[in-house]
Design a protein around this ligand. Structure first.
Ligand code: NAD
Length: 280
């Protein structure tokens, strides 16, 4: 059976390394999370971000705005943070209420402070292979692949899902690491056949246990980004773990795989942004 890739442990090591680097900086990199309304799912996530950031020596705070905040008012808050020299990283927590255009807000963040890596400037730089702030979840997946000892050069990598947040930047990072990358999505035919070709399989579709054991090539490395809550309250990934573990060479669990990496990479991005901005 497959080795389990322990995302909690890899994330803890990464955070400890970041804390060391922050200590030697002589200033606390500033992170501001802006949250509109109180979507319960993101509430836990925002609190975890603040705690992890403060433990690693960052100057972190959440700016909580009411549900009925207008788009103009939110944009004004973003502009103020863009101007604030103590702020290195700005993250606007998604989802936003329906009356606010998320893209208008994302594009208003200073690309140098865009620690989510969602601004068109950063997405474009990633696509053309220039240094950029890179979306946290796919960045975390790259750390997990490294920790698992997966060799990427020339390997066949299949990414399930093509979202701007996960699938597309994931494909760009794997391509930059010299993998042969295939992206499959909701319109792909013969999904199972495509997946069976993968040495590295990254699933980010948001469909509980879509990927079955017999979709996985013997010995493949399987990274499960999905977080799905079943009606009975259980949390599962996009991969049927109990089946996949029989075929994979290494696999991430849900929870405890990709999830913990996302916050660690947010801190890594904030540190990178601080160093680049302040020439530290
Ligand atoms: P999304 O809904 O924006 O995108 C899903 C993608 O999957 C789409 O590109 C779609 O084409 C594809 N897809 C949907 N159904 C499919 C099907 N039946 N067959 C093949 N492809 C299909 O989602 P997202 O934001 O990319 O997130 C994906 C999953 O990852 C979700 O479960 C989300 O909760 C999770 N996620 C986890 C983290 C983390 O920190 N671990 C971060 C972000 C997202």
């Amino acid at each position: 059976t497959a080795r389990i890739i322990d995302g909690k442990a890899v994330a803890a090591t990464l955070r400890a390394g970041l804390a060391e680097r922050v200590k030697s900086l002589g200033f606390a990199p500033g992170l501001r999370v802006v949250r509109v309304g109180d979507d319960p799912a993101s509430g836990v996530y925002v609190r975890n971000k603040d705690r992890a950031a403060q433990q690693a020596g960052f100057d972190s705070a959440t700016i909580q705005l009411p549900e009925d905040t207008t788009e103009a008012a939110l944009l004004a808050v973003v502009r103020q943070l863009n101007e604030d020299p103590a702020v290195d990283g700005i993250l606007v927590q998604l989802p936003l209420p329906a009356h606010i255009r998320a893209d208008a807000v994302i594009q208003a963040v200073d690309p140098a402070k865009d620690v989510d890596g969602f601004h068109a400037i950063n997405a474009g730089k990633l696509a053309i292979g220039q240094p950029a702030l890179t979306p946290c979840t796919p960045k975390g997946v790259m750390h997990l692949l490294a920790a698992a000892g997966a060799s990427l050069r020339g390997a066949r990598a299949v990414v399930l899902g093509r979202s701007n947040i996960v699938g597309k930047p994931m494909a760009a990072l794997l391509l930059a690491a010299d993998a042969t990358v295939t992206v499959v999505h909701s319109r792909t035919q013969n999904l199972a056949t495509e997946c069976r070709r993968a040495d590295i399989l990254v699933a980010a579709v948001g469909r509980p246990e879509l990927v079955r054991g017999d979709w996985i090539e013997e010995g493949a490395t399987v990274i499960d980004v999905g977080i799905n809550r079943l009606p009975n309250g259980r949390l599962v990934g996009d991969v049927a773990f109990d089946e996949a573990v029989q075929h994979a060479g290494a696999i991430t669990p849900v929870p405890g795989g990709v999830g913990p990496m996302t916050i660690a990479c947010l801190l890594e991005n904030t540190l990178e942004a601080a160093i680049a901005r302040r020439g530290a």
